[in-house]
Design a protein around this ligand. Structure first.
Ligand SMILES: [Zn+2]
Ligand SMILES: [Zn+2]
Ligand SMILES: [Zn+2]
Ligand SMILES: [Zn+2]
Ligand SMILES: [Zn+2]
Length: 157
């Protein structure tokens, strides 16, 4: 312990506030203890929360979202809305790049993280393929097979 150390005061450098004895934290309530009710750690600079509880979005001071007992990496504003997804939302959308249709102009949700088209875009591909196959006079069975294979390719994980 450094000379002149007074355990009543907040440990943060240059802080003259008394620490919050009630919470057994080293920091004051006013400026330095993380605002998460049970957290004893020091806030990140320019934030209300510590590293564990502050949204990872650059410059955001939001509190990390908790859903079903799970703490996410981002606040309500920045977390992908899909339960169990820890990625950051795309600006102005409700989900992350892993959950958006990979077709550039489409903002629909995609159900699988794998191949990545939404149901609408898959339908469009199937319609377009079917038109081409009909024009080429492809047999009915073959058309069905191709349609099925497109579905499987783009909707599987
Ligand atoms: Zn303090
Ligand atoms: Zn905290
Ligand atoms: Zn945030
Ligand atoms: Zn996501
Ligand atoms: Zn789409």
């Amino acid at each position: 312990m450094e000379p002149g150390y007074d355990s009543r005061f907040c440990k943060a450098e240059g802080c003259n506030e008394v620490r919050n004895m009630y919470w057994f934290t080293d920091y004051c309530e006013k400026f330095h203890r993380c605002r998460e009710p049970d957290c004893k750690r020091m806030r990140k600079p320019m934030s209300y929360y510590c590293d564990d509880h502050c949204c990872l979005f650059v410059g955001c001071n939001g509190f990390r979202l908790t859903k079903l007992g799970c703490t996410y990496n981002h606040c309500k504003l920045h977390a992908c809305e899909i339960i169990g997804c820890f990625s950051e939302k795309i600006t102005n959308l409700d989900y992350c790049y892993d959950h958006k249709c990979i077709s550039e102009n489409c903002i629909n949700f995609r159900p699988s993280r794998g191949k990545g088209y939404c149901a609408n875009c898959i339908k469009k591909v199937i319609v377009a393929m079917t038109v081409i196959m009909k024009r080429l006079k492809v047999g009915h069975d073959m058309v069905g097979l191709v349609q099925g294979s497109i579905m499987r390719t783009f909707m599987s994980n």
